[in-house]
Design a protein around this ligand. Sequence first.
Ligand code: GDP
Ligand code: GDP
Length: 453
Amino acid sequence: MALPIVAIIGRPNVGKSTFVNRLAGDQTAIVHDEPGVTRDRTYRPAFWSDKEFVVVDTGGLVFNDDTEFLPLIRQQAMVALAEACAAIFVVDGQTGPNPADEEVASWLRQQPVPVLLAVNKCESPDHGIIQASEFWELGLGEPYPISAIHGSGTGDLLDELIKHIPEVVETEENTEIKIAIIGRPNVGKSSLLNSFVGEERAIVSPISGTTRDTIDTVIEHEGQTYRLIDTAGIRKKKHIEYGTEFFSINRAFKAIRRADVVLLVLDALDGVTEQDQKLAGRIIDEGRACVIVVNKWDAVEKDSYTIYDYEKSLEARLHFTEWASTIFVSAVTGQRVTKILELVDKAAESHKRRVTTSVVNEVLTDAVSWHSPPTTRGGRQGKIYYGTQVSSQPPTFALFVNEAKRFNDNYRRYIERQFRKQLGFDGTPIRILWRSKKVRDMEVGSVNRATRV
Ligand code: GDP
Ligand code: GDP
């Protein structure tokens, strides 16, 4: 798992689950497919300020219990702690310190993980601090009075917590960019492929895939490796006697699915056809990045308006891919062919980009203040609580709102435009999920309030 983990530890009934719910809202639990004890713990994504992390509730931890569950629960806590960057030990401020707390505390003091002490149920403004102060004796440093139910005190605790949470570093395990060259028959796909391979050093060509039928070609350009997907399909199609059209479109769909970036090749002499639109639609549905390559540019009679007119007609016919860059090339003369790879690099970068939750919320706050969400006829207004990027490739954002259906298409498009305007994402589709959320549950990171519990 990429995100840092915070373990929540404490006896049963001190309010651990209430606290975890407050931290994580209703963000869905991450399901782990691991055998053994890890199965019984739930991991839930949360964030505070600009730090993202995962909270894991360890279940009620007791050391003086002689039931058969003790070893298991203890083991749970051990495992959780082993993978955590910090732990929060939750105790009950209303009952005061008890011997079981002391046992857990003395165990925690030996662990190589920073531990914060949260004294829960301290909602009383008069007694809260006094209740908490009794827990100094546990030897775990400053007790933080909090109320998991009301939210008070949790801000100070989390401010301290995030000092112990490392920045998430994207691991560059695979820098190869997978490219699919897609287009109708005769637009120049295999000529383009030859042009790539001729220009660049083909490291290994061809590379066998799982079957002899799918063969990729790997090329290198200025230190970057590109895998051209299913180059056999691009080359071989001419020898296929049966149903060329059906065959190639299925192959194209398969290649799109495997790609990071799709080159949608158009024939400059034909303009944009219905089949091109269909392929573009598929690229979006699969959430792939895309560069539109207008080939055979050498064969077009040009004056100074040609490119401009051409771009206009592309925009009109492929308006749903307005985020994609377009390049005019000739596979035959090699004109601008290597430039395609520069656009591929950019698109691939956008495609796997991650934006922190605080930046997402800055953009949302700004967007909402320029243009308020729509109000229904009944006078009820849409409200965006907060948003967060839930995945990349393609970048996908979840926006938590009071009621998703109050946000009409116009407003949704406006928000998408703002995301693009403020954050870039050239070359990739982005997805925005609108999620209804009850206000009662919604306390962390509201866009319409300060980012405080
Ligand atoms: P867990 O067993 O540690 O996960 O505890 P729960 O979250 O299930 O809470 C146990 C009980 O404590 C429930 O009845 C909660 O309503 C109550 N509780 C939790 N947080 C607070 C709080 O901040 N103040 C008060 N007064 N009660 C709380
Ligand atoms: P594919 O079916 O998409 O793989 O297309 P091919 O690469 O086989 O090209 C189909 C035809 O278009 C061939 O006759 C090519 O010579 C021609 N062609 C491909 N690229 C260009 C180009 O950039 N300019 C011109 N004028 N013709 C091209």
